[in-house]
Write a protein that binds this ligand. Structure first.
Ligand SMILES: Nc1ncnc2c1ncn2[C@@H]1O[C@H](COP(=O)(O)OP(=O)(O)OP(=O)(O)O)[C@@H](O)[C@H]1O
Ligand SMILES: [Mg+2]
Length: 172
């Protein structure tokens, strides 16, 4: 299983499009793919008309006592989705005093891997908001790879270095 986060600090550079198209391509080539929408804009979720407030990825960021179950929807052959949550950014801001705030998704994976058969997926692709927030760091912390599209412009190119600097700091 490989986990890939699609991330960029700059908005509108093609993260969601790339997550969707790469996921679709992998699925068509016989790979079992799980898409996770970690962007509170929920664009990926909207594509599949799975927008809702319950049983979304937000549950992974709640303390276990009041968390519901995260639901995995089938959205095509070999292609599944965990829906995003429109107030995930608000939930993220509540985590600021939690000492494990950047490892919530890691712990959720560990605790739910068997019940949700997460290790059966060949690829887990995670779409994120254009930022380097606590929620995005959770995604980066569990990923084997990051894929960061850049626009062919000076600002686009500078954004690459901005991400690399933040990444290095986070890694440390
Ligand atoms: N390779 C591409 N070539 C041309 N246009 C593209 C390409 N990829 C995406 N787009 C277009 O660029 C726009 C932004 O794409 P997308 O929503 O995927 O970006 P994003 O990085 O996810 O944005 P956000 O930061 O708001 O989440 C969309 O209109 C999309 O159709
Ligand atoms: Mg997007």
């Amino acid at each position: 299983m490989k986990i890939i986060t699609f991330t960029a600090i700059k908005g509108g550079v093609g993260k969601t499009t790339l997550t969707l198209n790469y996921g679709d391509w992998l699925a068509k080539h016989g790979k079992k793919v799980l898409l996770i929408d970690l962007d509170h804009q929920c664009n990926l979720t909207t594509v599949f008309e799975k927008t809702r407030r319950n049983n979304t990825i937000a549950e992974a960021f709640k303390e276990t006592d009041n968390a519901q179950k995260v639901k995995i929807d089938s959205v095509g052959p070999n292609l599944d989705l965990i829906a995003g949550f429109i107030d995930l950014d608000v939930l993220g801001s509540y985590l600021e005093n939690n000492s494990n705030k950047e490892m919530m998704l890691f712990m959720w994976f560990k605790n739910n891997s068997d019940s949700l058969s997460l290790t059966d997926y060949d690829y887990i692709l995670i779409d994120t908001h254009p930022d380097f927030s606590t929620i995005t760091k959770n995604s980066i912390a569990i990923s084997n790879y990051l894929l960061s599209p850049i626009t062919p412009s000076e600002h686009g190119y500078n954004a690459k270095f901005d991400l690399e600097t933040r990444l290095e700091k986070f890694r440390k």
